[in-house]
Design a protein around this ligand. Structure first.
Ligand SMILES: [Cu+2]
Length: 271
């Protein structure tokens, strides 16, 4: 994990790609520590060397050697290597080539002041159409129930449930202001922007439950905008998913009842 990461209290790591993120973090922390110490020494030396008692008259030529130039060039090269050689490739692997296999789990995360709704597409693997004009107290993410793809969709409040070892794609958006879905143990975060849906993907590698925090100051209740990320074993996840899925032959009226049925669970989770 890295001695500096550990010392600074890094959160539990639970995703496949997170190892590389942590390695980069560890390296950057060492680099900054060395750089910080170097600057501290430089200031101490400068204060002593150029003290007034020894230099009654200011010398505007300063240091004549080239050592500092070489050190600066070294720092610039190291930073360029870090950015172009490590950070960009890591980022491009995250945003390029999203997984397309049939086992991918898809969830939509919809932020609002101050909670997260999670929208699942159901066994058909297709999200129903969503429309912000359809948002109501019984339809928190505005699912269009007339769309056949929406028949098996369901939502959950403040708990993002995903299976272990399976790639997950989360579409992140918001209803009101900009939020940020920060899945710290997965080493991934995404701004939730009203009117647009941004996607992230990762593979959970540990069963467990962690806090999801909002990573953007989104209002007076920002600090309490906490949800839970729950990684279940594939079997447990399948059972949970089946329980949550509304009955296949349900008529629109029954759908509404099913949606209502979810509400008590939701209300408990909200507290
Ligand atoms: Cu927020």
């Amino acid at each position: 994990m890295g001695i500096l990461n550990q010392w600074m209290g890094i959160a539990d790591l639970a995703s496949e790609h997170g190892v590389v993120v942590d390695q980069l973090l560890e390296f950057v922390h060492w680099f900054m520590l060395i750089l910080g110490a170097g600057w501290a020494v430089f200031i101490a030396v400068a204060l002593y060397k150029f003290r007034r008692s020894k230099n009654p008259r200011a010398n505007h030529y300063g240091i004549q050697g080239h050592a500092t130039t070489h050190i600066e060039v070294g720092v610039i090269i190291t930073e360029a290597v870090l950015l172009l050689g490590f950070a960009y490739p890591l980022w491009s692997r995250r945003v390029d080539g999203f997984p397309t296999d049939s086992t991918v789990v898809r969830v939509r995360a919809v932020g609002e002041q101050y909670r997260w709704w999670f929208h699942y597409c159901g066994p058909d693997g297709k999200f129903g159409r969503v429309d912000s004009l359809l948002v109501s107290s019984t339809n928190p993410v505005g699912i269009d129930m007339a769309d056949p793809n929406a028949k098996d969709d369901f939502t959950d409040l403040n708990t993002l449930t995903i299976p272990l070892g399976q790639k997950a794609i989360v579409g992140v958006t918001a209803k009101d202001v900009i939020h940020n879905l920060a899945l710290v143990p997965m080493r991934i975060a995404q701004d939730a922007i009203p009117g647009t849906e941004s996607h992230i993907w990762f593979t959970p590698q540990k069963v467990g439950a962690w806090d999801i925090v909002c990573g953007q100051l989104c209002g007076s209740g920002h600090g309490v905008m906490r949800s839970t990320l729950e990684v279940k074993s594939p079997e447990e996840f399948a059972t949970w998913y089946k329980e949550k899925t509304p009955a296949p032959a349900a008529a629109p009226a029954a759908q509404q009842a099913a949606a209502g049925g979810v509400t008590p669970v939701v209300a408990t989770a909200a507290r």
